[in-house]
Design a protein around this ligand. Sequence first.
Ligand code: ACO
Ligand code: OAA
Length: 369
Amino acid sequence: MNSPFQPGLENVIASETAISYLDVENEEIVLRGYDLIELANKVTYVDIIALMLDGSLPAEEQRTALELKLKSEEGLPQRVISIMQSLPEQTHFMDALRTGISSIASFDEELEDRSPEANYRKSIRLLAKVPQIVANSYHSAMNRPLVEPQKELSYSANFLHMITGKSATALEQKAFDQSLIVYSEHEMPNSTFAARVIASTQADIYGALTGAVASLKGTLHGGANEAVMKMLLEAGTEDNMEPLILGKLARKERIMGFGHRVYMKKPDPRAMLMKEALRELAAAKDEDRLYQMCVIGEEVMKREKGLYPNLDYYAAPVYYLLGIPIDLFTPVFLAARTVGICAHVIEQHQHNRLFRPRVLYNGPRGLHP
Ligand SMILES: CC(=O)SCCNC(=O)CCNC(=O)[C@H](O)C(C)(C)COP(=O)(O)OP(=O)(O)OC[C@H]1O[C@@H](n2cnc3c(N)ncnc32)[C@H](O)[C@@H]1OP(=O)(O)O
Ligand SMILES: O=C([O-])CC(=O)C(=O)O
């Protein structure tokens, strides 16, 4: 017992993985050997599903086969829909998603099979169903009719359509698909670690993903994207952005969407990609004000704290301009991350050793009842 205690496990290597790596020095997010930003500029989210789960980018035929496989697994059991509809009105949409994912587990006949092949099939099922849970948890809460997937649309276009009910422009589709790609996988964030810890007991993939949803809800992690949008709406104008942030900093509040355990004082490459998507969308929608507000916030935080925006800072206004309800920003993040988490669970089950760390005990000793 002589390894040093690192609060928050900062810089501790917790796993060996062939899935992804944050090369902070070279400002590269490596996904199975590729640069995530280059992937986001050149391929689609379905290609990322293949890369994550099959290990390589698909050829045309493989992509078509994967798209068909995903479509064939769409649809939610009626009893899962009933469970979701019976949740109280005030249910947080991440809690609804957690419940939805947890409840579909019981309908999967392969639940207890942890082989890579069965885990792959379950991952495809999850990827087909999670967007439907996300969209329909919202429609159900709004007392609107539930939506069915549109078979003729691509994976991401269908997901966006199920949420907004509108046909997206090519620019909107590109921005959404790119957002799913940059959210798809990010090495060992808290949610992925949670999933791997759960999977390391030989628990099933649904349980591991359910735990990851609970983790991602927190505002220090995925929940930040919703908090960012609320801050931008609170500011409302370019002129209010600086005083709002300065006021929060003076009160020692954290500014959502800034800072990162691994990047900390370096830019998050994904945020810069989403910044460009926001600039394009804002220009097309005559919403330059929103883009300028974000730029001002970025400049103030750099000047005041030396902190850079993380992905959530620029993904939030992109989702807002795409017409996604703020309450669904974090569930959409989870839907995009499902593929990364599934890849990690599959890898954990293949090369497993139970996670069981130790503590630095600082409580009393020698007491007697
Ligand atoms: C996609 C994602 O999940 S990305 C993360 C999304 N989360 C957020 O955007 C929430 C806001 N950010 C934060 O709270 C943090 O930067 C985290 C949680 C992401 C990383 O936290 P940690 O690595 O534990 O850093 P820690 O909390 O120790 O902060 C280090 C210092 O930077 C400051 N700091 C870090 N982030 C922020 C922030 N967003 N606003 C103000 N100050 C900040 C801390 O106050 C602390 O200052 P101090 O040393 O003077 O006390
Ligand atoms: O890596 C992290 O700790 C958080 C993050 O940016 C992500 O999960 O995308």
